[in-house]
Design a protein. Structure first.
Length: 311
């Protein structure tokens, strides 16, 4: 088959299957630029960790200013593209305002991200230092980038928040939607395979293990058979909750109470009261109070939501 015939087939495909190409439209945000934006923000959140040379305190003001200038310019350009895509009436001015709002939130985001690093160090006996956590634990990247993307999501910026979280998703195997609301001191041990949906909320001092899904039961459809957007679909986790590996928790009306433990491989589509333990015994889901469970199995659990417990 000649190159000319291959070209003709592709051109026909572009005409007949238009959803897979974007021609004669507005300039879409650049994936390469968005990836650089995520990386530059990580440098800003964790100065001295990802530089090629030692960063001194004397260097810090100039270093931060240089990063902020690059981030401001890049972010404003990409946000403007996103707003033009959504046919916003004032894309340039609104992009400038959104960029300023995002930048003013960076110090607060950094304060919260520091609690995530502390939680990872406290929650993993294999961790030898905070430096190891930042440099080698995938949860730091995926949670930090999600917190940044969430700020843009709250501002109503289209496209860009999801592109940012995909930067972390493809590097860690952990997928957290930018709409999810995360509390402080959040730790995802191992991280791989974790999925957290758009309308999920996660309380403070929550610990998840690999393979956990906070997902939707099903999608409500409109009269035309299309999924209804903007409804609560994903569960809520209270404070000091621990969810062990490969547990699946589904539904917008599913709530996991404070200080509860969800065992490995549990499939859960109903709420669990505070201070509970949920696990499978044979084919049956068992939900007990932590006090009852600890009496039965000999007192495991430290009472802080990060119990020495597994199913």
């Amino acid at each position: 088959m000649s190159l000319e015939s291959i070209k003709s087939a592709l051109l026909a495909s572009y005409r007949n299957h238009g959803g897979a190409n974007h021609l004669d439209g507005v300039n879409l945000p650049s994936q390469e630029s968005v990836n650089l934006l995520a990386a530059e923000c990580m440098h800003l959140l964790f100065p001295g960790y990802f530089e090629e040379r030692t960063l001194t305190e004397a260097d810090l003001p100039a270093h931060v200013e240089s990063l902020l200038v690059r981030i401001q310019r890049r972010l404003a350009a990409e946000v403007e593209k996103c707003l033009r895509f959504s046919r916003h009436p004032t894309p340039a001015a609104t992009a400038a305002a959104h960029t300023e709002a995002f930048l003013t939130r960076l110090a607060e985001v950094r304060r919260i991200v520091a609690t995530d690093v502390e939680a990872a160090y406290a929650g993993d006996p294999a961790a030898s230092s905070l430096q190891e956590i930042v440099l080698a634990y995938p949860c730091v990247l995926v949670i930090s980038v999600q917190r940044l993307a969430h700020e843009l999501y709250r501002l109503g910026v289209p496209l860009l928040p999801r592109m940012l979280t995909e930067y972390a998703h493809e590097r860690t195997g952990c997928d957290i939607h930018p709409g999810a609301r995360l509390g402080t001191h959040f730790f995802i041990d191992h991280a791989t395979g974790v999925v957290i949906g758009e309308t999920a909320t996660v309380g403070n001092h929550v610990k998840l293990y690999q393979g956990v899904t906070l997902g939707a039961k099903s999608f409500s459809l409109d009269a035309a058979g299309n999924p209804i957007k903007g409804v609560k679909r994903h569960p809520d986790l209270g404070d000091h909750v621990t969810v062990y590996a490969h547990a699946t928790i589904l539904g917008g009306d599913t709530q996991i109470g404070d200080h509860s433990i969800i065992g490995s491989n549990v499939w859960l589509m109903r709420s669990v009261p505070p201070e509970s333990v949920a696990y499978f015994k044979g084919d049956n889901l068992v939900v007990r109070s932590r006090r009852q469970h600890e009496a039965l199995v000999g007192g495991v659990g430290r009472g802080d939501g990060a119990a020495d417990f597994s199913i």
